[in-house]
Structures are given as C-alpha cells and as structure tokens.
Design a protein around this ligand. Structure first.
Ligand code: IPE
Ligand code: IPE
Ligand code: MG
Length: 250
C-alpha cells in the first residue's frame, strides 16, 4: 500500500452495532436469549481491549434501539432483565478498571429500578479516565435529533436564542454525544450493511466496517482487524487525496 494512503492515526472513538446474537443462538438450535447472554461476554472482552488501548478514548455500543420494542414481548423482557443483571454485576468492575459509563437514549421508557441503576452507574464512574463506555439504550438517531430540536425550539421560545443563531455547532451541542469526539470507526457485526438508526448525525464522516462475524463471536482479534482496516484508509473530509498526503508529510 502506498505510504500516502495510510492513515496512521488509531481511532479515538469506536462505535459498534452489536448484531447477530439471535442468529448465533439459532444456528446452535438454542433460544435467542442464549445468544444475548453470549453477547454480554463478547462485550466484556471488547471493553477490556479498548480500556487497555491508550488511543481509544470512547467505545459506544448499541444495546437496544428505539425500534427493538417491536420484538416479541418475551424477548424484550429477557433483554430488560439481562440489562439490569449485567449492570448489577458490572458497575463495580467498570469502576475498578477506571471506566466511565454513560447512557444515551430515552431512558424514561425503562422501569424505575433500571433507570436508578443507570444513574448509579453514571454517578459512580463519572470521574474515571481510562475509557468512556457509551451504552445506547432505547436510542435512535432520529430520536436524538428530535430531542435536540425540541430543546433548541424551547430556548428560542424563551428568548435565549434567536433562530438566526441556529447552526451546525448549536445543533451538535444539543445532541447526546456533544462533549465527546465523533466516532472515527463504525463497526457492524452480523453481516447486515445498514445503520439501523444509530448516530445518524455523528456518523457523517465515520469510516464504516462491516463484518459477517456474529456478535458473540466477535473478539479482540476481530476488533484489531477492523482497526487495521481503519488505519489503511485515507480520510479526506472533502479534500483531495494529494492535499491530505501533503498535510501528512512533515
Ligand atoms: C443484536 O442481536 C442484539 C439486539 C438487537 C438487542 P439480534 O438480536 O438483532 O440478533 P439477530 O440479528 O436476530 O441475529
Ligand atoms: C440494531 O440491530 C440494534 C442493536 C444492535 C441494538 P437490529 O437487529 O435491531 O437491526 P435491524 O432490525 O436488523 O435493522
Ligand atoms: Mg439483529
């Protein structure tokens, strides 16, 4: 590969759609719930890897979309229970490993006990510095933009902001991940090549990586492969390749 095509920088923010739990279980003639449990084990390994990587500052994981309520009630209920039990068992470990936990999405739809655990996890880990772990739960990119519009229009109505002041920076400020770097690398496991309403605004210039590996089988070597692919790309942000190469030359 020519040197000018190599993007030496490692991703600061990795965002993952963890897809394929159900198919992983079905291939083994097991209930889909077994796949979701296996998926949690894969999460642990990937979080560990990212926390140990000093260049990775943020790992965002899509755990439950605003559309996943459309699944059979029994599966939704299993996912909610798993969410709660996982938080109960993992928050202390995350804290010990200096990981900051953060949730994005409309949490008001969750039951009170779960909401309380989410807040507790965020409070306890808020000053940790090894990695920010963002869990998207009842999250949708359209929801995120809608809630930003609501807040901005309320500020305009209150006279705090004029409609002429609304620009990309103002919109960005009102979105969930305003204070974090945008995702550099987006990974979707499970073979589907779609965004499924994840971070629609934030993915504008993210590098996409799709793998057929089902989420429970996704491991550190597979993540390393995705990072290697990322590093081999030239991010141009609208410039020409030559302009970017010139910038990269000391
Ligand atoms: C992703 O795996 C987990 C959630 C959406 C909660 P799926 O459950 O979507 O697995 P497949 O796509 O059916 O295999
Ligand atoms: C996306 O996966 C959401 C999560 C991984 C949480 P889905 O399996 O729900 O996506 P679709 O329905 O195939 O687009
Ligand atoms: Mg799926």
């Amino acid at each position: 590969m020519p040197a000018e095509r190599v993007n030496l920088a490692a991703p600061r923010h990795i965002a993952i759609i963890m897809d394929g739990n159900g198919r992983w279980a079905q291939q083994r003639f097991l209930p889909r719930a077994v796949g979701h449990h296996a998926g949690v084990k894969a999460v642990r390994k990937i979080v560990e890897f990212c926390a140990a990587d000093p260049t990775c500052e943020v790992l965002s994981l899509f755990a439950f979309s605003s559309e996943n309520w459309n699944r059979p009630a029994a599966e939704v209920s299993i996912l909610m229970t798993l969410f709660l039990t996982t938080l109960q068992s993992e928050i202390d470990k995350l804290h010990k490993n200096n990981i900051r936990l953060r949730f994005i999405g409309d949490r008001t739809a969750f039951d009170a006990k779960l909401q309380q655990k989410m807040t507790e996890g965020e409070q306890k880990t808020k000053d940790n510095t090894a990695l920010t772990l963002v869990i998207a739960a009842n999250y949708g990119g359209r929801w995120d933009m809608t809630q930003a519009c609501q807040t901005i229009s309320a500020r305009v109505a209150a006279g705090e902001l004029s409609s002429h002041d609304i620009n990309e920076a103002v919109i960005n400020e009102h979105l969930c991940l305003a204070d974090l770097p945008e995702p550099d690398l987006f990974i979707r496991t499970g073979g589907e090549q779609r965004v499924s309403n994840f971070m629609l605004w934030q993915l504008a210039y993210t590098e996409f990586y799709f793998t057929p590996i089902l989420w429970p089988d996704f491991n550190q070597a597979a993540l390393q492969e995705a990072i290697t692919s990322f590093k081999s790309r030239q991010r141009r942000f609208g410039h020409t390749g030559d302009q970017i190469a010139a910038l990269a030359t000391p």
